[in-house]
Structures are given as structure tokens and as C-alpha cells.
Design a protein around this ligand. Structure first.
Ligand code: UGA
Length: 439
């Protein structure tokens, strides 16, 4: 059992802290947001993540997990402190490190025993060294003795919606440090997970995180570019992806064509990586193309709808799904929201439904009528757009949908429906890259 503090109770911090507690460690999660901590202490989770509430409750009851806003309490006698604070995009696309800085300063101010500082936040390459500098300088300026600490980078690879399972069954754990024995100590925390652990230097570990996210985003933009070609050439991108994915060198995952990638990670990280490249004098032309393809993918929905409906002014469009992907209530950079804004700019009237994301989305889309079911969305709609592939959209009562719609136009932005069947049922069906008959 180790004594761990996790700073930041966002997605990464909350899931990581809870999982470490579940593995038997003594964990204190700290956040400076009092309201958030108060709610968590009442059992109200700040995010929707399958299984999280239960796991928090189990570990709090077992006395292994506590939540606080008090740095002094959280850092008392801890061996490891994980920094898992947000790194939002700054004005130029760069990662904003103000929260990492505050965490490092608090560690410098509060700790007087040997400690390992582990960086889990996604931070620009070189941040590990910067954290070391901040702590050392702060100790000097506040007149303290030098602190005995080591910094380790331990990037996270959790997907929202399956974060707990990703945390407990990782493909790999990456650790980077200038001090191998510090990295090895952190590796021991992961021993119960029986997964490959890679130890490397600080900057390489930081780069692995960005390169992984950028590569996954590239895979998606690649298949979306193929999808757009498939529409012109009469091929079916779903089959193309299947045929490609059977090649072990390519693999089947992250080849679902659709409305492109969103969320709190890919857009921010690809932008930050491109920004780092420019800053250091290299030209990130592939990353620029990956981002451009993603932007266009959202716009293509508007062209398709405009053509199918003979203009968008005063047309009613129903949106199924608001969250950036299923099984989360996260609407950050969700394709649905940008599509709604573009449609509204052209005079369309929007109705929408999402099983979890509506509450978070409502202030961002004040003119949209939020409905309780997909069938309510379809009522009087001139078109339906599937923006998020929630399971409950996969098998709807299509007779009923068609009956209540004003026109049977559907844009299946996530390719969840069978084009042939939808055409047979009398819909004017448009998928993404589904051959010449269906776009
Ligand atoms: C992503 C990475 O998958 C995690 O490994 C990483 O830890 C995390 O970012 C992070 O940096 O924190 P996440 O943003 O939760 O996780 O979501 P993904 O499941 O990767 O999906 C990202 C976006 O790509 C979604 O909008 C999704 O709809 C889209 N996507 C995904 C596709 O359009 N096609 C696909 O085939 C797969």
C-alpha cells in the first residue's frame, strides 16, 4: 500500500485516484474547487462516467479514498503526488500551464519530505523539467531548504466512457524520468495491472502522449478523406475500413468514418502539438491537414442537408446526440454543437435529444428545443441527423419515425444504420462514404 495524493478531480484525476484506491492504496484527491469537492463528498459525480460513482462510493466507504481542498492535509506524508489538472488551449493553441504551475508551487510550499511528483496532465514536451525548475526556484525564494524530489511523466491514455476499464486494463503504462529509480517506484504501483510498462526519459514520455493522440486523430481524418472519395467513386467506406483493418499492420480501430473527432483531448492536443512544431521551427503539414479534414467533415453535413432540403431557411432539423461521443455527457468540441450553430446561421430550426449531454449543452444552444426522446425530435422534422452513435439510436421504430417526420431525410453522421434498409423503408438516406446511392 502506498500513500498517494492526486491533484485535480477532473476526468483523469478522479478516475486515476479512484482506481489507485481500488488497488488498495491510500489516496487523497485534492481540488481547489470547493463546490466540486463538496458534491463528490455527497456522492454526486462531476462527470458522467459508467461505473465511477459506485467505485468512488466503495473506496470511500473502505476508508481508502478521501476528497479535500486542503493542500496541507492532502500532502501530509504522501510518497507520490500525481498532477492531473487541466491544460486548456491558450490563444495560440498552446497548452495553458497555469494549473500545473499552481500545483507545483503548492508542492514546494507544503512538502518537507522526499517525494515523487508524477505528471499525468497532458503537457508540452519539456514541462517535466519546467516543473523541476519551478519547485527548486520557489524553495529558494521562500527561503526553504532544497526539497528532495524527483519528477516522473506518466501520460494517461483513458477514453471517456470507458475510463475505468482503460485505467484498470491499460495496453501499456509509459513512464519517463531523469531518475530511473523514481520511474521504477511508480512502475510498482502498476504491478497489479500486469501490463507492459515502458520506462524512458521525461521528454520522450511526454512526446509519446501527443504522438499517440495525433496518430489516432490522423487515422480518423484519413478514413474520413477516404469516405468522401467513396461517395464520389461509389464505394462503401465501412467495407473499405473492414478490409483495411484486417491487415494486422493497420488494425481495425479508429477507422470509423463520420463527423470527425471532437472532445476535450484530440482537438486540444493536435493543436498544441502543431503549435510546438511551429515554435521549434518544423512544419507540421500532416497535422494541419488532419485538422482541416476534421473541420470540413462537419461542414459536409451542411452541404448535404442544404441540397436535400433545397435550402435550410425555416427547415426543421432534428439532431440525435449532442455529446462528442457515446457514454459521456461531455460536450466539449462536440461536432453536434458546431453543426447546430452552422444550421442556425442558415435559418434552420433545431430540435435535439441526447441521453446524457443535454443538460451540459443547453446554455450553448439556447434556441434549440431539447426533447425527451428521439421520436419527439422526429416530429415535424424535415431531416434527422445522427451526430453521436448512442446505442439507443441503433434500433429505432423507423415506421414511427417516418410517419411523424415532415420529410423522410436522414443524415447518418455515424453510419449506424443500414443504407439498403433505410432506402427500403422509404427514407432519403445519406451516410458518410456509403457508396453512390446513399449520399
Ligand atoms: C482520447 C484517446 O483515445 C485516449 O487514449 C486519451 O487518453 C484521451 O483522448 C486523452 O488524451 O485524454 P477520448 O477523447 O475520450 O480519448 O475519445 P476517443 O474515444 O478517442 O474519441 C475521440 C473522438 O474521435 C470522438 O469524437 C469520436 O467520436 C471520434 N472517433 C473515434 C471517430 O470519429 N472515429 C473513430 O473511429 C474513433
Amino acid at each position: 500500500m502506498s500513500k498517494i495524493c492526486v491533484v485535480g478531480t477532473g476526468y483523469v484525476g478522479l478516475v486515476t485516484g479512484t482506481c489507485f484506491a481500488d488497488l488498495g492504496n491510500d489516496v487523497t484527491c485534492l481540488d481547489i474547487n470547493e463546490e466540486r469537492i463538496e458534491k463528490i463528498n455527497k456522492g454526486i459525480m462531476p462527470i458522467y462516467e459508467p461505473g465511477l460513482e459506485q467505485l468512488v462510493e466503495t473506496n470511500v466507504s473502505a476508508g481508502r479514498l478521501i476528497f479535500t481542498t486542503d493542500y496541507a492535509l492532502a500532502l501530509t506524508n504522501v510518497e507520490y503526488v500525481f498532477i492531473a489538472v487541466g491544460t486548456p488551449s491558450g490563444d495560440e493553441g498552446e497548452a495553458d500551464l497555469q494549473f500545473v504551475r499552481s500545483a507545483a508551487e503548492a508542492i514546494s510550499d507544503q512538502v518537507n519530505h522526499p517525494i515523487i511528483v508524477v505528471n499525468k496532465s497532458t503537457v508540452p514536451v519539456g514541462t517535466g523539467d519546467w516543473v523541476t525548475d519551478i519547485i527548486n526556484k520557489r524553495r529558494k525564494t521562500t527561503g526553504g531548504e532544497p526539497l528532495d524530489f524527483k519528477v516522473v511523466s506518466n501520460p494517461e491514455f483513458l477514453r471517456e466512457g470507458s475510463a475505468i476499464s482503460d485505467c484498470m486494463n491499460p495496453d501499456r503504462v509509459v513512464l519517463g524520468s531523469t531518475d530511473r529509480s523514481a520511474a521504477q517506484k511508480i512502475a510498482e504501483l502498476y504491478t497489479p495491472l500486469r501490463c507492459p510498462v515502458m520506462i524512458t526519459d521525461l521528454r520522450t514520455a511526454e512526446m509519446i502522449k501527443y504522438a499517440s493522440n495525433a496518430f489516432l486523430a490522423t487515422k480518423i481524418s484519413f478514413i474520413n478523406e477516404m469516405a468522401n472519395m467513396c461517395e464520389e467513386l461509389g464505394a462503401d467506406v465501412v467495407e473499405v475500413a473492414r478490409g483495411m483493418g484486417l491487415d494486422n499492420r493497420i488494425g481495425p480501430s479508429f477507422l470509423d468514418a463520420g463527423l470527425g473527432w471532437g472532445g476535450s483531448c484530440f482537438p486540444k492536443d493536435v493543436k498544441a502539438l502543431a503549435h510546438m512544431a511551429v515554435l521549434h521551427g518544423t512544419h507540421p503539414q500532416l497535422l494541419q491537414a488532419v485538422m482541416e479534414i476534421n473541420r470540413n467533415q462537419r461542414r459536409r453535413v451542411i452541404y448535404k442537408l442544404r441540397n436535400a432540403l433545397n435550402g435550410l431557411n425555416e427547415k426543421t432539423v432534428g439532431i440525435l446526440g449532442l455529446s462528442f461521443k457515446p457514454n459521456t455527457d461531455d460536450i466539449r468540441d462536440a461536432p453536434a454543437l458546431e453543426i447546430i450553430h452552422m444550421l442556425e446561421n442558415e435559418g434552420a430550426i433545431i430540435k435535439a435529444y441526447d441521453p446524457q449531454g443535454a443538460e451540459n449543452a443547453k446554455t450553448m444552444i439556447p434556441r434549440v428545443t431539447l426533447c425527451e426522446t428521439p421520436y419527439k425530435v422526429a416530429e415535424g422534422a424535415d431531416a434527422l441527423v445522427v451526430a453521436t452513435e448512442w446505442n439507443e439510436f441503433k434500433q429505432l421504430d423507423f415506421e414511427r419515425i417516418k410517419e411523424v417526420m415532415n420529410q423522410p431525410v436522414v443524415i447518418d453522421g455515424r453510419n449506424i444504420w443500414d443504407p439498403e434498409q433505410m432506402l427500403e423503408k422509404g427514407f432519403n438516406y445519406f451516410g458518410v462514404g456509403r457508396g453512390s446511392n446513399t449520399h
